[in-house]
Design a protein around this ligand. Structure first.
Ligand SMILES: *Cc1c(COP(=O)(O)O)cnc(C)c1O
Length: 396
């Protein structure tokens, strides 16, 4: 048991685990008693480059001693440079910078509504999916699929129409029945929902349907983006380009920054005065994110994540395929899940006892989001530490 500082003045928004970390290096976190943990959750898909990556820490220190913040009253060259890099990487056009995932999605939602109004649709509606997670602000929780996230915050924002995930017929029904739809907002793989991977043709078909109907295809890549899926962006597996894509989590490797990236169809929707953020894309955030993109590219971390994901799949398949309680082992790159036949939240602390940080989502899904910099030995270590725990879990 660890006793951290007195927590009684923190609002009780989180069910925190009794773990207190004091430092991190690479794939390892160290607690206040000096115990080391292999971090297979990366601060929820944030620290893709591991903890305190030297190239990132150096840029943060250097930029912090030059210029932190000026506001968007003025030109911010580092922000423009970051937008240019993201445009190159995505084949898209323009970027708005925010400070979190929810804020990036807020920008996307406002773009969809304004896009609708500009087409003469006065009550524009956005298709969203069951099981989705888009954030905790009023607009993004209204878009989110989980009832638990929404409960108690009614009245919710109108203008969202909910359909099952990975269900193209539901989308086609909306085409026939709802003339107010202007966009669909969807995760390429549902993260919080339990690493739900849709059918291969899902995104390509959504792209076609959006094109046929003049809708915006808006992809929430906040968890899936920036090499985690084994490609720079998860939608690249489908060979499509979205009209709007949101990023956050890994973009700053722990420094808060979010981005809403748009292609030509949505490039000129926002005009001066339509949207803004005091902090968004400030020199420190932009310099940090540029450094993150440089390391992701220099070290070929998309390919490494793809290889690591294949190894995880193989090792867990070999070890667990005979276990009738294991319902599914799935993933894309280092978005990885082992679905069990019962709730398994207690595995989180059991793993922590063994020096491994994992997460359980959707009650019975073990979620692994290891740092992209994991080498083969790290991946084997994750499996070696987790496997016996899963086996013991069903023997009690
Ligand atoms: C984490 C997450 C968000 C919310 O990001 P915040 O930075 O917590 O606001 C939105 N969408 C997805 C898919 C996420 O994984």
């Amino acid at each position: 048991m660890f006793y951290g500082p007195n927590m009684q003045h923190l609002m009780s928004t989180y069910n925190r685990l009794p773990l207190t970390f004091s430092r991190g290096e690479g794939v390892w976190l160290e607690d206040i008693e000096g115990k080391k943990y292999l971090d297979a959750i990366s601060g929820i898909a944030v620290c893709g480059l591991g903890h305190c990556h030297p190239d990132i820490s150096r840029v943060i220190c250097e930029q912090a001693s030059i210029l932190l913040h000026t506001s968007n009253l003025y030109e911010v060259p580092l922000q423009a440079q970051l937008a240019e890099r993201l445009a190159e990487l995505t084949g898209m056009d323009k970027v708005f910078f925010a400070n979190s995932g929810a804020e990036a999605n807020e920008a996307a939602i406002k773009i969809a509504r304004l896009y609708g109004h500009k087409k003469g649709i006065n009550t524009p509606s956005i298709l969203v999916c069951e099981g989705s997670f888009h954030g905790r602000t009023m607009a993004t929780l209204s878009a989110t699929g989980s009832r638990k996230v929404r409960a108690g915050f009614e009245p919710l924002l109108r203008g969202f129409s909910r359909i099952p995930y990975n269900d193209l017929d539901a989308v086609r029904d909306a085409v026939r029945n709802d003339p107010n739809v202007v966009a669909i907002l969807v995760e390429p793989v549902q993260g919080e929902g339990g690493i739900i991977v849709p059918n291969k043709d899902y995104l390509t078909s959504l792209r076609e349907i959006c094109d046929e109907n003049g809708w915006l295809l808006m992809l929430d890549e906040i968890q899936t983006g920036l090499c985690r899926s084994g490609k720079w962006f998860c939608h690249q597996y489908a060979g499509i380009v979205p009209d709007v894509m949101t990023l956050a989590k890994a973009l700053g490797n722990g420094f808060p920054i979010g981005a809403c990236v748009v292609g030509s169809k949505a490039a000129n929707v926002f005009e001066p005065g339509n949207h803004g953020s005091t902090f968004g894309g400030n020199p420190l955030a932009s310099a940090t994110a540029l450094a993150v993109l440089n390391v992701l590219e220099r070290d070929n971390l998309a390919e490494q994540a793809a290889r690591s994901g294949e190894l995880l799949q193989k090792l867990f398949n070999d070890a667990l395929s005979g276990n009738a309680h294991v319902k599914d082992i799935r993933g894309m790159g280092l978005l990885f899940a082992i679905e069990l036949d019962r709730p398994c939240g207690e595995l989180v602390m059991k793993a922590a006892d063994k020096g491994l940080l994992i997460n359980v989502t959707a009650e019975n899904v073990i979620r692994l989001l290891p740092p992209l910099i994991c080498n083969e030995a790290d991946i084997r270590e994750i499996v070696n530490r987790l496997n016996p725990l899963i086996e013991e879990f069903f023997v009690q």
